[in-house]
Design a protein around this ligand. Structure first.
Ligand code: LMR
Length: 393
């Protein structure tokens, strides 16, 4: 049978990790895959995670199965951070643990499809794996422009997709720190989006993978909360891989908002069955560590402090890029207003290649850069290289 398969190219983002590792230039710069780096270029394990892991080693007395929903202590402990004080919105939200944010997105779309979803609307560019998942489950996709050329969000395009949607259609939105553009909707935009979603009945799926890395833990979920307050049903895909630095441990959660307890229970049992058929149970270790952090006020303070430092460092890099003004034909000033790990530069695939081959600067072919890959040691080199390959304005 296997000869019938067509060769697939490796995931372009993940391939960059290997290309960068194989480059022996000492001043190479990795702006590829989305992992946070310190000013020294490292991606250390959080101190709060180390402390929680130590506690797990000392105290965990069994590794027996938990079930398809995973660690519910973890799922519930996260909820106030995402949904606010009334964390279940009066018993209308239920969640389960997933293998990373990808598992949550996959589960959300598969469950929506099982419930009769016909078409998904999504702003582009988006995280490339969104399209891969949508394609893999053979969901009909219609795209709209996420951003304007001036580096602001194109809310009109999203509104017109929402208003033009038929029954059994959904829209996938990035909760914060848009990947790959860094361009988020304003609070006012979110209000408009929520109103339009509520009016038309399109089903919102909100992917929140960078909570706390934009403007703050509360600030980054203002938009999500304003939509949820207006709609009867929604799905939320959540990742702890970035905001707890748990990347390879795959720590995510999937939440369902329903208009009543009975529907919520039904949806939850379906999510549970899909998870069982997909991965049976999510990996426990990372979620257990996050649960310990969120249940202990000292560890929570340590974690929020680490998150604050990450966010502040990225804001400093963004400010430095914006201060540089232009590099060749690229206007860097909008990057100062954008959020999170990523921004996308208006560079061609050839220019991306030249940055890599001539200057040892690795970034996605789309022009996306990982802001956290820049430090005081390499930011000037990056700006000069960008000027070199893009020429004068
Ligand atoms: C990224 O966009 O770089 C991250 O979300 C990592 C990934 O899985 O693609």
């Amino acid at each position: 049978m296997l000869h019938r398969l067509e060769e697939q190219s490796p995931d372009a983002l993940l391939a960059l990790i290997k290309m960068h590792a194989a480059d022996d230039r000492p001043d190479k710069v990795d702006l590829g895959v989305g992992v946070y780096r310190t000013g020294q270029g490292d991606t250390p394990v959080f101190r709060s995670i180390k402390a929680a892991e130590q506690q797990l080693v000392d105290e965990q007395d069994s590794k027996s199965y938990l079930g398809p929903e995973g660690d519910m202590g973890f799922v519930n402990a996260l909820m106030p951070y995402i949904f606010g004080e009334d964390a279940t919105m009066g018993g209308r939200i239920a969640g389960m643990q997933t293998p990373g944010g990808t598992g949550a997105v996959r589960l959300a779309l598969a469950l929506a499809q099982k419930a009769g979803l016909k078409k998904l609307h999504m702003g582009t560019p988006s995280w490339p794996n969104h399209a891969q998942i949508i394609n893999d489950i053979a969901l009909d996709l219609e795209t709209f422009d996420h951003a304007n050329p001036d580096g602001t969000a194109n809310v009109e395009a999203a509104l017109s997709a929402i208003r033009g949607a038929g029954p059994d259609e959904a829209i996938l939105l990035h909760g914060c720190c848009h990947n790959p553009s860094g361009i988020d909707y304003t609070a006012e935009d979110w209000e408009k989006l929520g109103d339009a979603i509520a009016e038309t009945g399109i089903f919102p799926v909100i992917d929140t993978a960078y909570h706390g890395l934009g403007n703050g833990l509360d600030e980054d979920v203002t938009g999500l909360r304003s939509v949820l307050a207006k709609v009867p049903e929604a799905f939320i895909a959540y990742s702890c891989d970035k905001n707890f630095g748990m990347y390879r441990d795959r720590v995510g959660a999937f939440y369902i908002l329903a208009d009543g307890g009975e529907t919520l229970d039904k949806a939850f049992t379906n999510a549970n069955a899909l998870a069982r058929a997909s991965w049976s149970m999510p990996p426990d270790h990372g979620a257990a560590a996050v649960r310990l952090i969120l249940r202990d006020s000292k560890l929570t303070a340590m974690w929020t402090d680490e998150l604050d430092q990450m966010r502040e460092r990225m804001r400093q890099v963004r400010a430095a890029l914006a201060d540089a003004g232009t590099a060749g034909s690229v206007d860097l000033t909008p990057l100062g207003r954008q959020n999170g790990l990523f921004s996308t530069l208006p560079v061609s695939k050839d220019q991306v290649k030249e940055l890599r081959e001539k200057h040892g600067i690795y970034m996605a072919g789309s022009g996306r850069i990982n802001i956290a890959g820049l430090t005081t040691n390499n930011i000037d080199k990056f700006v000069d290289a960008l000027a070199d390959v893009t020429g004068s304005a």
